[in-house]
Design a protein around this ligand. Structure first.
Ligand code: 5GP
Ligand code: MG
Length: 173
């Protein structure tokens, strides 16, 4: 396991993203919709760096089994906020194939929010198949399997303060 992004690098970038979002939403408090479980640490840090009012909600989906996407997205927990006519910012830990975020954007748009933006800490641009561009991207990364800062391997390692790349032996273990 190798460090890929240090705690400091993550902190600096999250602060920049929060500044950008604060500027864009200075006159209309958005609802941040965090995608569980992976986004909880990013969400907490991002929100604490904001200088604008905000609300939070969470949504839980599942498509992963170990390190492989199962190919279908299941909604495990829906949001409870009323989002019609509101500005939504979806907060993701990572966009890989794009399957999850495409599903969530489509799903939230069914409730007629006034806008939907996507903030993702990590973006595997080379492999993602999206029909839109993410609005706020922390880091564009190669298609390796990463853990830490909320991201897990079989539910473990979310508590790492940095982000590491798992190599094949770690994944098999
Ligand atoms: P996608 O649907 O874009 O392929 O995958 C999105 C979800 O898969 C992410 O929200 C995350 O939970 C999980 N995922 C994708 N790539 C990685 C990775 O490199 N590491 C970890 N821990 N989870 C990942
Ligand atoms: Mg996730």
């Amino acid at each position: 396991m190798k460090e890929f992004l240090s705690e400091q690098a993550i902190r600096d970038r999250v602060r920049e993203m929060a500044a950008e979002i604060s500027k864009d939403y200075s006159d209309h408090a958005p609802i941040f919709v965090g995608i569980l479980n992976g986004s909880f640490i990013f969400m907490a840090d991002l929100l604490r760096e904001l200088t604008v009012d905000s609300e939070v909600d969470f949504l839980k989906v599942s498509s992963y089994d170990g390190t492989e996407s199962s190919g279908t997205v299941h909604l495990l927990k829906d949001i409870s906020a009323e989002i019609t006519g509101r500005d939504i910012i979806i907060v993701e830990d990572i966009i890989d194939s794009g399957l999850t975020i495409n599903f969530i954007v489509r799903r939230l748009k069914e409730s007629d929010p006034s806008s939907v933006a996507v903030a993702t800490l990590l973006f595997k641009k080379e492999v993602a198949q999206l029909n839109f561009d993410p609005d706020y991207i922390g880091f564009t990364i190669p298609p390796d399997f990463v853990v830490g800062y909320g991201l897990d391997h079989n539910q473990k390692m979310r508590n790492l303060r940095n982000i590491c790349v798992l190599d094949q032996e770690d994944i098999a273990a």
